[in-house]
Design a protein. Structure first.
Length: 100
């Protein structure tokens, strides 16, 4: 994650704002941008999402995104038969490197 933080700041880094995904999930975009090339591109390049207060991530369900964001903050995730496939797909889409 340290390399991701350096990359975000090197790109001009207006990154300490909270944003909302889906229903009311709030997060710091610095954490997400430092952890994921997908979010880094979304928040540091001149795209619509970089200035929006809310973003919508299509193609994944809220619970799975919430689990992935929790993982990015804590480094911990609980995987079971019910969420394994959705987590794999979502982490792949969001370019989140995992240690499981």
């Amino acid at each position: 994650m340290a390399e991701g933080v350096k990359a975000v700041f090197a790109m001009g880094g207006k990154t300490l704002l909270s944003y909302t995904i889906a229903r009311s999930m709030r997060f710091c975009r610095l954490v997400l941008a430092a952890s994921s090339p997908y979010f880094r591109a979304m928040f540091t390049y001149n795209v619509v999402e970089s200035t929006q207060a809310e973003i919508e991530i299509k193609g994944v369900n809220y619970q799975t995104v919430e689990t992935v964001v929790d993982y990015l903050y804590t480094g911990q995730v609980e995987i079971d038969d019910d969420n394994a496939q959705d987590l794999l797909i979502t982490c792949s889409m969001l370019q989140v490197r995992t240690r499981w």
